[in-house]
Design a protein around this ligand. Structure first.
Ligand code: SAH
Length: 226
């Protein structure tokens, strides 16, 4: 899988991919994440990529020309399954979208900044828009990192225990059961005995019951969807 992220501020998006699980995924060759600096696609001598909004008002808008130059340059090198624009008014990102995106080969993610991007890019060059929640960020860089992280950890082989992503919250409509590690007792606070029992079937049963209980308590909306 390959993810190309287009941004006017590459530094904002590079660090989440330079450590831990996402870095190892790239080192193992399971995913290639390439960050593109939009300024390289500007024809302006000062590498300008934004301009004032027509009609006035506060805030700059990312210009159509550098964005389209970049999209076309990348498209000339490979086919993209989706060209995604991160946008607060798009459909809200969730686990099932991540499950769907991990099946794709090449994704391009366009990060907006300032007031957003010229609407003509959204209308004519984007195949899909995604919001990461009902709040407004300064730019799409963190959203692109969130989406990529949720997708990359689902690629088989990325997590050391392959089944591990399947037991995470939301995969089966249930939130995850509580987890504990050593010591078995800390200042009188004990780990539930069943987890120390070594009895696999009982542990499985306990985890399932905890998941159902927690989902009822915390995310009843998820149970209704099941
Ligand atoms: N004026 C826009 C917000 C611009 S915020 C509006 O009111 O809708 C600047 C950029 O940050 C956007 O272009 C988008 O790419 C990104 N962004 C902001 N909030 C986001 C969210 N919740 N999800 C995904 N991207 C977001």
């Amino acid at each position: 899988m390959r993810i190309d992220i287009v941004t006017c501020l590459p530094k904002l998006v590079e660090s989440p991919f330079s450590d831990s699980i996402l870095k190892r995924a790239q080192n193992k060759g399971l995913v290639e994440v390439v960050v593109h600096d939009l300024r390289k696609y500007s024809t302006d001598k000062h590498h300008k990529v934004d301009d004032y909004a027509y009609g006035g008002g506060a805030g700059m808008v990312l210009m159509i020309e550098p964005l389209v130059n970049c999209i076309r340059d990348l498209q000339s090198q490979r086919d993209y399954d989706e060209i995604i624009y991160t946008s607060p008014d798009g459909p809200r990102f969730n686990q099932s979208m991540a499950n769907e995106l991990v099946l794709k080969g090449n994704l391009m993610i366009i990060c907006g900044h300032y007031k957003g991007i010229d609407e003509r890019v959204r209308t004519h060059f984007i195949s899909r828009e995604i919001s990461i929640g009902d709040y407004v960020l300064s730019g799409g860089e963190l959203a692109a990192a969130v989406i990529s992280d949720a997708v990359i950890r689902l690629i088989p082989g990325v997590l050391s225990d392959e089944t591990s992503a399947l037991t995470d919250s939301f995969q089966d409509g249930l939130v995850a059961p509580p987890v504990y590690t050593r010591p078995a007792e800390f200042e009188g606070l004990k780990v539930p005995y069943v987890l120390l029992s070594g009895h696999e079937a009982n542990i499985e049963k306990w985890r399932f019951e905890q998941s159902v209980e927690r989902t009822k308590e915390r995310r009843p909306d998820n149970l209704e969807e099941r």
